[in-house]
Design a protein around this ligand. Structure first.
Ligand code: NDP
Length: 500
């Protein structure tokens, strides 16, 4: 699938765009039970995009009821694997046919650069659903070793009704990372997108229905986290909550589960990921290109953002010079301009948080090497320029807390040992990058870094076949992507039979 980034192609797709703004329950768009709506804004202009249905507890109860009914009826949960795969393949076709529209929805709603939506997010989201659909008829259950008088089957069954709570930074992609494996495994889902970014999720649900996914299997409830999200997570008839978001809300979800029906909870949370550049790092141009991407891609609004650059003191100045030269070419501005690499932050409140972190970096004594300001204020958008602090120490706020903005902290170190110690000295453990020429050292240090994904001589989250999730406070059990993701949306059952 190749989408055009020609300005005329973007204009033409924009002219045709129609926002879906109601909740999607039982295969149809419906207003919220209260009739209330909230405003979704374009963070690049501060202007209204749409009035979105603001769901309430009553809508959650209805969506869970229809999801349960669909699950128990077996229309999706018990059909032949090949039939489920066929319907999901049709879904993938429809997603591909509408990919440009979905890319635009995320770009408008979240402020994400259109080039990233078109080249990364949406192709990856669609590929994820395709990958899990393909897996449906390739996973085998097991037969356990027994005596001749018994047969014991160890089977995996869909979990039931899955609540999904996703963030605003990769709206369609984070939803797809959960929708793909959960639907492939035969579950019904109730998805709450982030309040700021509901448009693509509503379109994903509509296309699923068009592909033949039965009513009730895929429901989307826009609304606030503390009302809709909480009601889903506390519901006695939801079997599992799959969450991507902040560590703070993740903790709440564990409490909700403990206080309700002990539903399974899988959490993909925040990060403060180190990029470790050892003294024998390869080609600094390669390191710089990866470091820039790791820190500033998606405006740093990225859970696996490489926001701490831990670099051997001997290389630091040369590397920093290359990084600064590269980021100067990153255009800041309108997210719909195909040349833009840095769009607006998600909103006013978040921009103020990022600016407070920048102020903290200054007052704690880090050296501001680049940026540090809000820019393009006249557009009405929430733009912050790429910001780099040098001479950071790991006790500073900007080294310890997740900023979720285009802010890089550079921490010089004097040895491999110190680099590993600083990298691991964090509450988080989502991702890490490591740069060295020595394959033995690469393997040894990669094993010592406490993170769910360690990329060596590159910045990467792997591909669809590799699990993604965090150590420490970056996650709780769950993994997105790969066979592990699909398995986590199932329960393990033993069927013990007396025979002969
Ligand atoms: P939040 O945790 O604030 O929100 C995530 C989702 O949970 C939203 O849909 C939100 O609703 C909802 N929510 C908020 N409060 C509650 C509650 N009390 N009960 C139930 N649901 C609730 O995260 P952000 O949206 O701010 O996203 C940024 C965070 O996500 C960062 O910390 C980032 O690191 C993390 N993240 C992690 C990823 C990973 O794979 N590990 C990937 C991407 C992001 P509402 O719409 O009202 O906010």
């Amino acid at each position: 699938m190749t989408l055009s980034l020609e300005p005329q192609a973007i204009e033409a797709a924009l002219a045709k765009i129609r926002f879906r703004t109601q909740a999607f329950i039982d295969g149809a768009f419906v207003p919220s039970s209260s009739g209330k709506t909230y405003v979704s804004e374009n963070p690049g202009t501060g202007k209204k995009l749409a009035d979105i249905a603001s769901c309430e507890v009553e809508d959650v109860n209805r969506a869970v009821r229809v999801a349960r009914k669909a699950f128990e009826s077996g229309v999706w949960s018990r059909i032949k694997p090949a039939d489920r795969k066929r319907i999901l393949a049709k879904y993938v076709e429809l997603l591909e046919a509408n990919a440009m529209e979905i890319a635009l929805l995320d770009s408008l709603d979240a402020g994400k650069p259109i080039c990233d939506c078109v080249n990364i997010d949406i192709p990856d989201a669609i590929h994820c659903i395709h990958w899990h659909a393909e897996l449906i008829d390739k996973l085998y259950d097991r037969v356990s070793p027994t005596g001749p008088e018994n047969v014991a089957l160890i089977v995996r069954e869909p979990m039931g009704v899955i609540g999904m709570l996703v963030p605003w930074n990769f709206p369609a992609q984070m939803a797809a990372w959960k929708i793909g494996p959960a639907l492939a495994a035969g579950n019904s889902i109730v998805l709450k997108p982030a309040r700021q970014t509901s448009l693509s999720a509503l379109r994903l649900a509509e296309l699923a229905a068009e592909a033949g996914i039965p009513p009730g299997v895929f429901n989307v409830l826009p609304g606030s986290g503390t009302v809709v999200g909480r009601a889903i997570a506390c519901h006695m008839d939801v079997d599992m909550v799959a969450f991507t978001g902040s560590t703070e809300v993740g903790r709440e979800l564990l409490k909700y589960s403990a206080d309700s029906n002990l539903k399974r909870v899988i959490l993909e949370l925040g990060g403060k990921s180190p990029q470790v550049v050892l003294a024998d790092a390869p080609d600094l141009d390669l390191v710089a290109a990866n470091a820039v991407n790791a820190a500033f891609w998606n405006m740093g609004e990225n859970c696996s953002s490489g926001s701490r650059l831990i670099v051997h003191r001997r290389l630091k100045d040369a590397l920093l010079e290359k990084i600064i030269a590269l980021v100067k070419a990153w255009k800041v501005g309108d997210q719909l301009d195909p040349e833009t690499r840095v769009g607006p932050l998600i909103g006013q409140g978040h921009m103020e948080t990022v600016l407070k972190y920048i102020a903290a970096g200054r007052s704690e004594g880090a050296r501001l090497a680049l940026g540090g300001n809000r820019v393009l204020k006249e557009t009405g958008g929430t733009f912050v320029e790429i910001t780099i602090f040098d001479e950071v120490n790991n006790n500073m706020k900007i080294a310890r807390e997740e900023i979720f903005g285009p802010v890089l902290a550079v921490l010089p170190v004097d040895s491999d040992e110190e680099a590993v110690a600083v990298a691991n000295d964090t509450n988080y453990g989502l991702a890490a990058s490591l740069y060295t020429r020595d394959i033995n050292k690469a393997h040894r240090v990669a094993r010592r870094l406490r993170a769910g994904t360690v990329s060596v001589n590159c910045y990467s989250e792997g591909d669809l076949a590799t699990p993604f999730g965090g150590f420490k406070e970056s996650g709780f059990f769950g993994r997105d992507k790969s066979v592990y993701a699909q398995e986590q949306y199932t329960e393990l059952k033993t069927i013990w039979m007396q025979v002969g």
